[in-house]
Design a protein around this ligand. Sequence first.
Ligand SMILES: NC(=O)C1=CN([C@@H]2O[C@H](COP(=O)(O)OP(=O)(O)OC[C@H]3O[C@@H](n4cnc5c(N)ncnc54)[C@H](OP(=O)(O)O)[C@@H]3O)[C@@H](O)[C@H]2O)C=CC1
Ligand SMILES: N[C@@H](CC=O)C(=O)O
Ligand code: NA
Length: 369
Amino acid sequence: MPSNPVYLGVIGVGGVGNAFLHQLAKLPAPPSLILLARSSQTLLSPAPAYSPAIPAADWQTASATPSLTKSGALTPAEIVSYLSSAPGRSVLVDNTSDPALASAYPQFLKAGISIVTPNKKGFSSDLSLWKDIFTSAATGNALIYHESTVGAGLPVISTLRDLVATGDEVTRIEGVFSGTLSFLFNTFAPVSGASSAKWSDVVSQAKDLGYTEPDPRDDLNGMDVARKLTILARIAGLEVQSPNSFPIESLIPAELASLPSTAEGVKEFMARLPDFDGQIAAVKEQAEKEGKVVRYVGSIDVAAKQVTVGLQKFNKDSAIAGLKGSDNIISFYTKRYGGNPLIIQGGGAGGEVTAMGVLSDLIKVLERL
Ligand SMILES: NC(=O)C1=CN([C@@H]2O[C@H](COP(=O)(O)OP(=O)(O)OC[C@H]3O[C@@H](n4cnc5c(N)ncnc54)[C@H](OP(=O)(O)O)[C@@H]3O)[C@@H](O)[C@H]2O)C=CC1
Ligand SMILES: N[C@@H](CC=O)C(=O)O
Ligand code: NA
C-alpha cells in the first residue's frame, strides 16, 4: 500500500460517471475506489479494512462480489462518516446533478474530504452556498475542483482562475456555453446547406448522445447556461446571488412550461414537443430572411455587472455561426489580452469529454493532497 493512500467515493454512474470509471481504471496507480453509488444503491468496501476495492471498470458486475457490502441510498452524513474514517485522505467524486448532495459539500469539506465534480448545482445556486463551500474547504484543509461545470472538459474554469490569480482584469466573457444548444442549432440551422431536421427530433438526438442534462428542459429553458455564467461571473469577482438574478430566454413552449419535474414530466415533454416544432422553425426562418443564423449565447460584462443569456442572430461567416457538433466557444476579454480575446473552443458536452475534465481534476487533487 502507498505511504499516503487516497480513498475514493464516486456517486453517479450515468453518461459521465460510467465514462469516468472507465478512464479511472486506466490510470497507472488509481486511488482505491471504496464507495460507488447511484440513486437507490450503494456498494462499499467493508470497514474497518476498507478493502477490497471496488473494480472501477467492472462496476456493473461488482455488486455480485460477495466481499463487498451492498446497501440502499446513504445520507450525505452517512457518506461523510464512512469516507472520513478511511485510513487515509479521501475524495468524493459527485457525478450526479443532485442539488441536495451539492448542498452537503460543506459537510464533506469540513471533514477533510476533497471534492471533484461536474455538478453545477453547488456553485450556481445561492451565493451563500458558494461561499460556504470555499470557506469549508479552507477549514477542512480539503480541495475542491469543478472544471467540468463549464465547457465540460475544456479548460475554462482553470483558465479563468489563472487569469484572476495572476492579476489580469477580466472585462468580458462571452460565447456558446451549451453543448446541447450548440448541437441543436448547428444541426437545425447550419451555415451551409439546408436542413430539413425537425427541432424535436434533434432534441431527442442530443438526449441520446448524452449531451443534455438528466432533464433536457434544463438545457432548453436556458438554466444550464445561466448556471455556467453564474459560476464564471463569481470567479471573475461578481457577487451574483443566483442564476435567477438576470433574465434568461427560454426555448420551452409556454404550453409545456408547467409539466412536472419528474421522469413522467420529461416523458410527456418529449412526446408533446413535436407539436411545437413550428415555433422554433419560425425563429430560424426569420434569421434566414436576414441572411443570418440563430444561435444561443451568453455574455458577462464584468464592469457593468450584467449577464445576458438568450438567442441572437449571427452572420454566417462568424466564428459562432460556424461551430460544429456540440462545440462550445468561450472568449475571455481581459486587460492583458486587449482586443484579441483568449479563446477556448471544442466539444462542450458528452460523457467522455466531461469525464476527462473530472479525472484531470482528480489527478490534480491526488498531486496536491
Ligand atoms: N452530460 C454532459 O455532457 C455533461 C454533464 N455534466 C454534469 O455531469 C453530471 C452528470 O451528468 P450525466 O452523467 O449526463 O447524467 P445522467 O443522468 O446520465 O446520470 C446521473 C447519475 O446520477 C445518479 N444520481 C442522481 N441523483 C442521485 C442521488 N441523489 N444519489 C446517488 N446517485 C444519484 C443517477 O442514478 P441512477 O443511475 O440510479 O439513475 C445516475 O447514475 C450532471 O451534473 C451534469 O450537469 C457536466 C458537463 C457535461
Ligand atoms: N447539458 C450540458 C452539459 C454540459 O454542461 C450542455 O449541453 O452543455
Ligand atoms: Na471545463
